[in-house]
Design a protein around this ligand. Structure first.
Ligand code: PSU
Ligand code: MN
Length: 306
């Protein structure tokens, strides 16, 4: 396994000492945000995690290895190199063998975090069941991986490009506890509300840590999903999001965009249609999620010490 896994010294030291660590994905760097905001935000997320007393561990595949804990130079490389793969779980072995430079999705990052023993992960929005999934079967590998990996994933819900009720149904089928953070509703990324109730709620990092401890120390295993609403002042107007999402979906269907290209295509189109405001919103929720995840990681260590 050592051949394929490289854990950065700072991350390895924190894990060995039982100190808090937060994993970060890299698809947002390579495919989710425009340059140069991508690298700036990636570094700011790491800083936000450090400010809460935890160690950041950004994940990607470089030169035939899973790297858990990218350096600043490696983050810049991911943000600038052309042809970086978008790696879900099914792409990891191929990227290692080739080798290909690969950014990891939520599913890919969860699989790699599990190998390294990282228990908390922060992202922006998870993948989910696409609209029309009942016939296309396009359900992100993020959902089964959230069930499988023994990790707390912190996100801002899922974008309205997806079928959110179907996404919640699938998470229920897979046995993933979906926990609203200081909310009873599933947040919808750019907006704080979706009109959909989440099954569980936690109002503090300690409450999330207590649920995770119960799940893992009881032997139930698997992951938990914490959904954090975007900070109010950065939320986009619902109508603006609805119009942009509607237009992006219509255009994607007309252009027959499907498979792994679909999510990045829709995200880029919605970003174009909503202008710079969507990038500011994306940045704000990514930093907020990173800070909440770090507080949860700290609370988990405290729970272990008791
Ligand atoms: N949703 C977002 N932003 C993102 C993604 C999803 O709002 O950057 C990325 C994540 O890396 C997620 C991936 O894991 O897209 C899902 O892709 P797919 O639907 O092809 O599984
Ligand atoms: Mn898909």
């Amino acid at each position: 396994m050592q051949q394929y896994l490289r854990v950065a010294p700072a991350v390895a030291a924190a894990l060995a000492a039982g100190r808090p660590v937060v994993a970060l994905e890299s698809t947002v760097i390579a495919h989710g945000l425009p340059r140069p905001a991508n690298v700036e935000v990636a570094l700011a997320m790491q800083a936000a995690i450090r400010a809460e007393g935890a160690t950041p561990a950004t994940v990607a595949l470089l030169d035939g290895q899973i790297v858990v804990g990218l350096s600043e130079d490696e983050i810049a490389r991911l943000g600038e190199e052309p042809g970086v793969w978008k790696a879900s779980r099914r792409d990891l072995a191929a990227a290692l063998a080739r080798p290909a430079t690969a950014a990891t999705t939520v599913a890919g990052t969860l699989a790699c975090a599990t190998l390294a023993g990282v228990r908390v992960f922060s992202t922006g929005g998870i993948g989910g069941a696409h609209r029309g999934a009942a016939s296309s079967f396009d359900i992100s590998a993020d959902l089964p991986e959230l069930a499988r990996a023994p990790v707390v994933t912190v996100c801002a819900g899922a974008k309205a490009i997806l079928d959110l009720p179907l996404t919640l149904e699938y998470l229920e089928t897979q046995g993933v506890p979906v926990i609203g953070y200081q909310t009873d509703e599933l947040p919808a990324f750019y907006t704080r509300e979706s009109g959909l109730r989440v099954p569980h709620r936690a109002d503090s990092p300690a409450e999330v840590a207590a649920m995770a401890s119960a799940q893992w120390h009881s032997g139930l295993g698997g992951g938990l999903l914490v959904t954090v609403p975007i900070p109010q002042q950065y939320a986009l107007p619902q109508a603006q999001v609805d119009v942009a999402v509607g237009q992006a979906l219509t255009e994607a269907a007309a252009a027959a965009i499907a498979g792994p290209r679909l999510t990045p295509w829709l995200l880029a189109r919605v970003a174009e249609l909503t202008g710079g405001e969507s990038v500011a919103a994306n940045r704000a929720l990514l930093l907020n999620n990173a800070a909440v995840a770090a507080r949860i990681a700290v609370a988990l260590v405290d729970a272990d010490d008791r």
